[in-house]
Design a protein around this ligand. Structure first.
Ligand code: NAD
Length: 335
């Protein structure tokens, strides 16, 4: 019998085509994520769940899915999955490291530049008929990027890709991470700094840590007050890494100059949220990895990971390798 995979929502077709070659696919071909009840109902007799970051895959879901062997998520972040519980139950977790790195790094830079040079505000002013004087020495002044200091928090795959791009802007790059990366210091000429020092010295601070209990609220009032009044914060990691109330006050009261945000504490952000009233913030709706090529690659990579596990092979996108000690690849092999 073929393994059964539940796909929680609409994904690029390449992922579905690949899954169908080896599995019975219960494909919920809809854009919004399933309700909690729908999810719990659907997983009862599945061997694999193919999900996105919007579905909370916790103890309750895994305990309901008695036959579950593998969870594949179309994201690199796994903060929506109780990975410790999965590992303890011998459930393999696969994700999408690497394939989205350059696309998210591009997006972080798009937000950085758009915020520094007030691109969205300028576009809005033209559309609103506010461009009355052809050129004015003091109109829509922003901040220089070239030659400034960039602070990267989390120098993993995406953080280092962002740092690499800074070379073209002749920037000094500081980084903070729990892991000292002397290889990258040599390769990219970047310098390690403690978090407070990085915040004090950087003109642009960009966040690339995963959301974990340690990084939740990493940037709050104290940290925002350490930043330069002319500094810009970019967040393409996870909303909860920043205390959004404190950030809103920082932007309203001028503790920092601006922010470029792709992620929020609650997504979608409410249309009444005070952040939406501010001109010094550029907002995008969690589209860091949203290019045609990358979303196709992500969809395929998750399917490949799920299939490999069900073939009894170790996929290179396995997030919890310790799971093998709990339940061997031979024990999950079905194909
Ligand atoms: P990665 O694992 O390669 O890098 C994460 C880095 O953060 C590592 O160097 C790690 O040592 C560091 N880190 C972990 N905990 C830390 C802590 N407490 N303090 C300081 N540093 C810490 O991950 P990646 O592929 O670069 O992705 C980073 C994150 O970006 C993901 O976890 C995800 O949440 C987010 N992301 C967002 C989008 C988007 O659409 N906006 C897309 C992809 C990834």
């Amino acid at each position: 019998m073929k393994p059964k995979v539940y796909v929680t929502r609409k994904i690029p077709e390449v992922g579905i085509e690949l899954l169908k070659k080896f599995c019975d696919v219960d494909y919920r071909d809809e854009v919004p994520p399933p309700s909690r009840e729908e999810l719990l109902d659907a997983v009862e007799d599945v061997d694999a769940i193919y999900c996105t970051l919007n579905e909370k895959i916790d103890e309750e879901v895994m305990d309901k899915a008695g036959k579950l062997k593998v969870i594949g998520t179309m994201s690199v972040g796994v903060d929506h999955i109780d990975v410790d519980h999965a590992t303890s139950k011998g459930i393999y977790v696969v994700h999408t490291p690497g394939v989205l790195t350059e696309t998210v790094a591009d997006h972080a830079w798009a937000l950085l530049l758009a915020t520094a040079r007030r691109i969205v505000e300028a576009d809005r002013s033209i559309r609103n008929g506010e461009w009355k004087i052809p050129w004015a020495p003091t109109m829509l002044l922003g901040y220089d990027v070239y030659g400034k200091t960039l602070g990267v928090i989390g120098i993993g795959r995406i953080g280092s890709a962002v740092a690499r791009r800074a070379k073209g802007f002749n920037m000094k790059v500081l980084y903070y991470d729990i892991v000292r990366r002397e290889d990258l210091e040599k390769e990219l000429g970047i310098k390690y700094a403690e978090l407070d020092e990085l915040l004090r010295e950087s003109d642009f601070v960009t966040l690339h840590v995963p959301l974990t209990p340690e990084t939740k609220g990493l940037i709050k009032e104290r940290e925002l007050k350490l930043m330069k009044r002319t500094a810009i914060l970019v967040n393409t990691s996870r909303g909860a890494v920043v205390d959004q109330k404190a950030l809103t006050r920082a932007l309203q009261e001028g503790w920092i100059a601006g922010a470029g945000l792709d992620v929020f504490e609650k997504e979608p952000i409410s249309v009444d949220d005070p952040l939406l009233k501010l001109d010094n913030v550029v907002l995008t709706p969690h589209i860091g990895s949203a290019s045609h090529d990358t979303r196709n690659k992500m969809a395929e990579y998750v399917a490949e990971g799920i299939i490999k596990v069900l073939k009894g092979e170790k996929p290179d996108n396995l997030f919890n390798p310790d799971v093998i000690k709990v339940r061997s690849l031979d024990e999950v092999k079905m194909i």
